[in-house]
Write a protein that binds this ligand. Structure first.
Ligand SMILES: Nc1nc2c(c(=O)[nH]1)N[C@H]1C(S)=C(S)[C@@H](COP(=O)(O)OP(=O)(O)OC[C@H]3O[C@@H](n4cnc5c(N)ncnc54)[C@H](O)[C@@H]3O)O[C@H]1N2
Ligand code: MOO
Ligand SMILES: [Mg+2]
Length: 398
């Protein structure tokens, strides 16, 4: 029997092989979930001009220092108004939130402190200089870096890009990931099952996981257990793929199309990785552009766990983000655990209150519903075969 490879060695090989995707200029609408590939600065200060933080009256603070006072209203400034009348001593201007401060004014009295007059206004309370005024540049100065290269673009970052006037931006795009399922027993969900058949589920799980990991997944459908048909399908799919995931056909059976098809290429290695579930693994590159390919085991829990451990870090690297082993947190197990000697186990568990985790009862690598009832993977190291209730464990939240 061939020896097993460690989880860490397998992951380092993967991270040494995959490359950061080339930068691409995209419209803002397509930038969500991408990574900035340039440093973004603001061409103007933000706010670009001093403006009012409230609906009210722009005043000279010294004129309202002895409030209550009544003063003449000489103008009415809405947000967006460009030409303003300066105010002189003893005058005020009605002003709206976001409207530019007129020259001469140094404070805003909110409408709530007044009688709301439009010709003359009675002001009840004094306002200090600077009251309810938003100064030009108090968020960003002209030329400031608002987003460094390598920033993950979420809703707030998209807003900042628009807020500094950008329409297009240079990003590391979302990786395009094709998922090919193999197995003669697989039937599309929605179609009737024949004898010996099951509904295909791995591609749905994997594409959803790709999406959550910042990629765009495409289902290439089901290939039956035929190596040459698998290679044809792979060739066709490579056109649109930055990364390929296959499921099934990598173990020791008589019909293992993925291993049969990719093994002879010499660019994909098949290993037994010292983990449970997910022992049989293939990884390498295919096609003229050396597209990375993950040949994941077919058992549904095995393919999902393999994704979390190996594909997700690879996608992070491709997206230009820091990539390494999937982070864990420390928890306390509420029940005893068993794990095979020499393998790192990833047991399905449910996070409880107060830093506890409860292993689910069904831990088979085919028990997909048990996986769906869990929200964490409990990591048991290679050298540990048993842990008692109350033991500290590392956990990967899902
Ligand atoms: N003699 C041995 N047999 C097996 C070994 C071994 O070391 N020696 N390893 C076992 C382990 S561990 C795993 S994991 C599986 C890996 O199998 P394959 O990658 O070859 O996958 P298949 O044989 O095609 O399928 C396995 C299992 O998963 C179901 N499956 C496959 N694809 C899907 C899908 N897209 N949706 C839902 N379910 C799927 C399939 O029906 C099988 O039940 O090998 C063990 N055997
Ligand atoms: O490695 Mo397999 O993943 O145990 O089912
Ligand atoms: Mg098999």
């Amino acid at each position: 029997m061939s020896s097993m490879r460690s989880v860490d060695d397998h992951l380092s090989d993967i991270l040494n092989t995959v490359r950061v995707l080339a930068p691409l200029e995209v419209e803002l609408e397509r930038a969500l979930g991408t990574t900035l590939a340039e440093e973004v600065t603001s061409p103007v200060p933000l706010p670009p001009f001093d403006n009012s933080a409230m609906d009210g009256y722009a005043v000279r603070a010294e004129d309202v220092a002895d409030a209550p006072v009544t003063l003449p209203v000489i103008d009415d400034i809405a947000a967006g108004d460009g030409r303003l009348q300066a105010i002189g001593p003893g005058m005020v201007t009605r002003i709206m939130t976001g409207a530019p401060m007129p020259a001469g004014a140094d404070a805003v009295v909110p409408v709530e402190w007044t009688d709301g007059g439009t010709v003359r206004v009675a002001i009840d309370r004094p306002a200090r200089p600077g009251n309810a005024v938003r100064r030009s540049g108090e968020d960003v100065r002209a030329g400031d870096v608002v987003l460094p290269a390598g920033t993950s673009i979420g809703p707030a970052q998209l807003g900042v890009l628009a807020g500094v006037g950008r329409r297009r931006v240079l990003v590391r795009p979302r990786p395009r990931v094709v998922v090919i399922s193999t197995g003669a027993e697989l039937v599309e969900p929605g179609l009737p099952l024949g004898p010996g058949q099951i509904w295909e589920s791995n591609s749905y799980t994997l594409i959803a996981a790709v999406r959550e990991a910042g990629g765009d997944g495409y289902r290439a459908g089901i290939v039956t257990d035929d190596a040459s048909r698998f290679l044809d399908q792979l060739d066709a799919q490579l056109l649109r793929a930055d990364l390929v995931i296959t499921s099934g056909g990598v173990s020791m059976g008589a019909y293992e199309p993925v291993k049969e098809a990719l093994g002879p290429l010499g660019t994909v290695r098949f290993d037994r990785v010292a983990m449970q579930p997910g022992m049989p693994q293939g990884f390498g590159v295919v096609g003229e552009d050396d597209v990375p390919i993950f040949a994941l085991p077919g058992n549904p829990v095995s393919s999902f766990v393999s994704f979390m451990l190996f594909v997700r870090p690879a996608l992070r690297k491709m997206r230009g983000l820091p990539a390494g082993p999937t982070p864990t947190v420390r928890m306390v197990t509420t029940a005893a655990l068993r794990s095979p000697d020499g393998k790192r186990s990833f047991l399905r568990g449910v996070l409880g209150p107060d830093g506890t985790v409860a292993p689910v009862l069904r831990q088979g690598s085919h028990q997909l519903a048990a996986l769906a009832s869990a929200n964490a993977l409990i990591v048991v190291p290679e050298s540990v075969t048993e842990l008692g209730e109350g033991a500290d464990v590392e956990v990967i939240p899902l």
